[in-house]
Design a protein around this ligand. Structure first.
Ligand SMILES: Nc1ncnc2c1ncn2[C@@H]1O[C@H](COP(=O)(O)OP(=O)(O)O)[C@@H](O)[C@H]1O
Ligand SMILES: O=C(CO)[C@@H](O)[C@H](O)COP(=O)(O)O
Length: 468
């Protein structure tokens, strides 16, 4: 009965689950908060991982561990293995102009070129755009950058005992997986190869890059001897955690809102709405991501002076349609659609409808409508939605569940509350240990079917069109 650990180092927190490798039974778990902001010292992730692992009873007795992490974050290391500057996260939009320039420099059909070459048209989130920003704005830091990796790669490396002072041998030990490599812009999901030219035209040189492990390939080991599995980007981790397969569309409501499908062939969306990522099993993970999801609820709850449970209760006392209010939730700029400078706005206010319950409902409906746009982009690639699965912290809200079902006009499957990204990582750890994907029992789910509200999405889209 070996134990395995799964780690989810996501934007807001680190979660650790420890499960039985044979049965998947949950033994222990722990969490720790991350620092806020879009520019973060990776050391704070490491300290949070230690804290979350301690809260989960430690990792000394696990036979394998895998780390899933927030995607795209730019972690630059110097020749010694020390971090060159704080990491720029996926939701840091300072690299928006750099992304635009990368597309323009690729010629009149630059977007198609990028979609076909790297799977994804660069936006501010993509690591390659962040490297270009670094080279243009902090040339000394760019020149000192001897290796570039992602949050999950760096944490796996720290788990193996590497860190500042590890030198060239340490950099050579960096490992990643195809799901996270596919979010960099300098790795091709279609060929499975790095794209050195992208690094030359962004960072200015080709740094040491993590070796991309195959789905069941063992990576490093912890000092205590546990196998470190390849790990994953957090969305690919969620796909593993809920057991998503071809025909499933997963909607995740965390700091980011994501809509993604498991596909058996790579995608290349030249509109730029859908990133052509790889998954953690050897398949692909076309994904549309928004910058504004669960934190819209946090902010609205704070404004209304209630907690998240009360926000949902309040929202459910309002009629569908929030009395005519439409919230465009682009508080942090937006990525889908690509409007990095956008701000949120509230439309349709009258003295009659401007009330706390309608505001609460408008927050959930606004996020649901923005996710419906992302959903349409994914299904627009010809991907059928046989089942829609809702995960992430925001999935705990009945208001989120119902408004998403109403706006999509589809039933939504809601797995029992859990840490599905960390669970996906634990599954991968078990798979690497045994050589095959474990046949763990899948989670219990409820199906939420709300009456379709197509006019709500029409009103939202009309407001977006008027504004942008
Ligand atoms: N009952 C709830 N209602 C609405 N949102 C919730 C609820 N519980 C948790 N959340 C949201 O979950 C978010 C954290 O989700 P999570 O998926 O862990 O985020 P991330 O992976 O980006 O760190 C918080 O921003 C919070 O708003
Ligand atoms: O940028 C993306 C996907 O492309 C985000 O989904 C990040 O991976 C962050 O995820 P969360 O912390 O919101 O789960």
């Amino acid at each position: 009965m070996p134990l395995v650990a799964g780690v989810d180092s996501s934007t807001q927190s680190c979660k650790v689950v420890i499960r039985d490798a044979d049965t998947g039974a949950l033994h222990r778990q722990g969490t720790a908060r991350h620092a806020p902001g879009t520019e973060v010292d990776p050391e704070t992730w490491w300290q949070a991982l230690i804290e979350a692992a301690d809260a989960a009873g430690g990792l000394d007795d696990v036979a394998a561990v895998a780390v899933s992490g927030q995607q795209h974050g730019m972690v630059c290391l110097d020749a010694d293995g020390a971090v060159v500057r704080p990491a720029l996260l996926w939701n840091d939009t300072r690299s928006a102009a750099a992304a635009e320039n990368l597309v323009a420099e690729a010629g009149p059909d630059g977007a198609r070129y990028w979609a076909e070459t790297s799977g994804t048209v660069p936006v501010a989130s993509i690591t390659a755009a962040k490297l270009r920003w670094l080279a243009e704005n902090e040339p000394e830091n760019a020149a000192r950058t001897a290796a570039v990796c992602l949050p999950h790669d760096w944490l796996s490396w720290r788990l193996a005992g590497y860190g500042p002072g590890s030198g060239a041998d340490g950099l050579a030990a960096l490992r990643t997986d195809r799901s996270d490599a596919s979010g960099t812009g300098y790795w091709s999901p279609a060929t499975g190869e790095y794209l050195p030219d992208v690094l030359k035209t962004t960072l200015g040189h080709v740094p040491v890059l993590p070796v991309v492990l195959g789905p069941l390939e063992a990576g490093l080991r912890t000092p205590a001897g546990a196998v470190i599995a390849p790990g994953t980007g957090d969305n690919a981790g969620a796909a593993l955690g809920v057991g998503a397969g071809v025909g499933d569309i997963v909607v995740s409501v965390g700091t980011s809102g994501t809509v993604f499908a498991v596909a058996d062939a790579p995608t290349a969306d030249a509109t730029g709405l859908v990133a052509g990522f790889a998954d953690a099993t050897g398949n692909f993970l076309p994904l549309a991501c928004t910058l504004n999801a669960s934190r819209v609820f946090d902010a609205t709850a704070a404004v209304l002076g209630v907690d998240l449970a009360a926000l949902t209760d309040l929202a459910l006392t309002a009629e569908p349609g929030a009395g005519g209010l439409s919230l465009i939730p682009y508080f942090e700029g937006e990525r889908t659609p690509n409007l990095p400078e956008a701000e949120a706005s509230l439309h349709g206010m009258t003295l009659a409808n401007y009330a706390p319950a309608n505001l609460a409902r408008a927050a959930f409906e606004g996020v649901a409508c923005s996710l419906a746009d992302a959903f349409q982009a994914v299904t627009g690639l010809g991907i059928a939605a046989q089942r829609v699965i809702l995960v992430g912290g925001g999935a705990r809200s009945a208001a989120m569940q119902q408004t998403l079902s109403a706006v999509l006009g589809l039933p939504v499957e809601v797995p029992e509350p859990g840490e599905y990204v960390a669970d996906g990582a634990a599954r991968q750890a078990a798979a690497v240990l045994t050589g095959e994907w474990p046949a763990w029992k899948t989670q219990d789910s409820a199906t939420v079917s709300a009456a379709p509200e197509p006019e709500l999405l029409e009103r939202y889209r009309a407001a977006v069109r008027r504004q942008y």
